[in-house]
Ligand binder design. Structure first.
Ligand SMILES: [Zn+2]
Ligand SMILES: [Zn+2]
Length: 340
């Protein structure tokens, strides 16, 4: 029987369109069949023009439960070499109008926690690019909340599913978010539950290609700049950055710099800053491939010719591990070229 292709590479996704189409994700996991091939694949940031901008997209201040005020927090990030910071206090926005200047962009945002339909602990959603003031009712059902944010021009990230004790059921009961926090530094440093790689692989196996983000979720200043998102955009403006986020033009990191990642002519290539390991993750049993440095040296490139492999990936994503253990992650890409 012919295997169904999950992915559709349709070129440019509409600017600002979420990748996780509501029609493909409306049903709870227990009733979800293989989603139709109606999803737009994310753009590969390594094939786009523009510049890289270092972004902190989950940040708390004294407006909710952070340890410093907005001005101090933004100064901390600016001093740490970030160009983009979204302040995401719990259920509250901030007036950031005076902070965007001189190559630095502050994006008004908030974190919200609507109930799950499954009875699991509440969802945590990071809602980016909101007006100020902006209020959301804590009684809004999760999907209505996402829809309200999107109608207001914002974008939603599904925050730290491992820390929240969520599985595929919770990830699939809502739709319209652009990506998932694969790494949340606060959840890792406080609870050792910051890595949600298994969750995102399960979404990919359902035919969905979420963007993967690394964030600080900083509350206390000593845990600042532990995880970030590198955004490929043509200009450092709110429109430029938010469009790039909507199109999937970014990768996530705690340290390594990913230089290139692409699938061409049946070959997967990744180039990186010096690393101890380069790992590829893809669908299917045993869906992983690891390239390891030897003899105390580091590696900066991995090339895997899929035509010589018995594996037939439909999607693939990469993880780079430094000698220090710090990691970086690409977004998943569809593999549209198969071996015959
Ligand atoms: Zn949270
Ligand atoms: Zn948070």
């Amino acid at each position: 029987m012919k295997r169904r292709l999950f992915f559709k590479r349709s070129g440019l996704a509409a600017a600002g369109a979420a990748w996780l189409a509501p029609s493909a994700m409306a049903a709870p996991a227990s009733r979800t069949k293989q989603p139709a091939a109606r999803l737009d694949a994310p753009l590969n940031p390594f094939l786009q023009g523009g510049c890289w901008f270092k972004a902190a997209l989950h940040v708390h201040t004294k407006t909710s439960d952070g340890d410093v005020d907005v001005a101090t927090r933004l100064a901390q990030y600016r001093d740490a070499g970030f160009q983009v910071v979204a302040i995401t206090d719990h259920w509250k926005t901030n007036d950031l109008t005076t902070f965007t200047k001189d190559g630095f962009l502050a994006i008004n945002s908030m974190e919200v926690h609507p109930k799950t339909g499954s009875g699991a602990p509440a969802h945590h959603f990071v809602c980016l690019d909101l007006p100020h003031p902006f209020e959301l009712s804590k009684e809004l059902p999760a999907q209505e909340l996402i829809d309200t944010v999107r109608r207001a021009g914002g974008k939603v990230i599904y925050a730290h599913p491992y820390w929240t004790a969520h599985g595929l059921e919770e990830l699939l009961e809502v739709s319209g978010y652009l990506g998932v926090e694969l790494y949340n530094a606060h959840c890792e440093l406080a609870s050792a539950k910051g890595h949600s790689g298994v969750h995102v692989d399960q979404l990919c196996n359902k035919g969905l290609l979420p963007g993967l983000l690394a964030v600080d979720d900083v509350h206390k200043s000593t845990w600042l700049a532990q995880g970030w998102t590198m955004i490929r955009a043509r200009q450092l403006t709110k429109t430029g950055i938010m469009d790039a986020l909507g199109q999937g033009c970014y990768y996530a990191s705690c340290g390594p710099t990913i230089i290139d990642f692409r699938v061409e002519n049946g070959t997967v290539r990744l180039k990186t800053s010096p690393a101890a390991q380069i790992r590829f993750f893809f669908n299917g049993a045993g869906g992983g491939r690891l390239f390891q440095s030897e003899g105390g040296k580091t590696i900066t490139e991995a090339v895997w010719n899929l035509t010589g492999s018995r594996k037939q990936p439909q999607w693939i994503r990469a993880e780079v591990v430094e000698v220090s253990g710090k990691r970086a992650w690409t977004n998943p890409l569809p593999v549209t070229e198969r071996r015959s």
